[in-house]
Design a protein around this ligand. Structure first.
Ligand code: NI
Length: 172
């Protein structure tokens, strides 16, 4: 078990576009395993590569309602439907929450950590988590999806609180 350091906004590579993964090497399998450990340790429902300092197109998630854990590599949303606003938070901006509009149903294609192709429809919370994490692979955070005044307000709140979390991380 290895718990990785979580990158706090706006540290690199959170704002970068992550690179595709060309082959599922033992290093990638270990990364996926460590990302699951880290997500569970921090009680998150999703964690993307850039959030642990790795600018690669990979994320893990835990859909709490069905206790389903998944690793998605090179994920693509090929179809989406509906629109719904719901509250989101992020392990890279702990303590900050905002209502974010997202599609309600998605068709997703990706590889899992065994290199198997997945093609499935997601809805509800699972669809929301996938959109939030996929944004991380494109250097986008959830506050980029809210109106400008709310974004500004939440970023000021984060600026005022960030040092506290940097300190907390160092003490662990
Ligand atoms: Ni996040």
């Amino acid at each position: 078990m290895a718990v990785l350091n979580v990158t706090l906004y706006p540290d690199e590579p959170l704002l970068a576009v992550a690179e595709p993964i060309h082959s599922i090497t033992p290093k990638i399998v270990k990364l996926a395993s460590d990302m699951f450990d880290t997500m569970i340790e921090y009680e998150g429902v999703g964690l993307a590569g850039p959030q642990v300092g790795v600018a690669k197109r990979i994320f893990v998630l835990c859909e709490p309602e069905q206790a389903r854990q998944m690793c998605l590599i090179n994920p693509v949303i090929v179809e989406s439907e509906g629109r719904e606003t719901g509250e989101e938070g992020c392990l890279s901006l702990p303590g900050i929450y905002a209502d974010v509009p997202r599609a309600t149903q998605l068709r997703v294609q990706a590889l899992n950590e065994k290199g198997e192709a997945m093609d499935f429809w997601a809805e509800g919370l699972l669809a929301r988590i996938i959109q939030h994490e996929l944004d991380h692979l494109n250097g986008v955070i959830f506050l980029d999806r809210v109106d400008l005044l709310t974004r500004q307000d939440k970023l000021l709140e984060w600026d005022a609180n960030r040092d506290r979390y940097v300190q907390t991380v160092k003490e662990q």
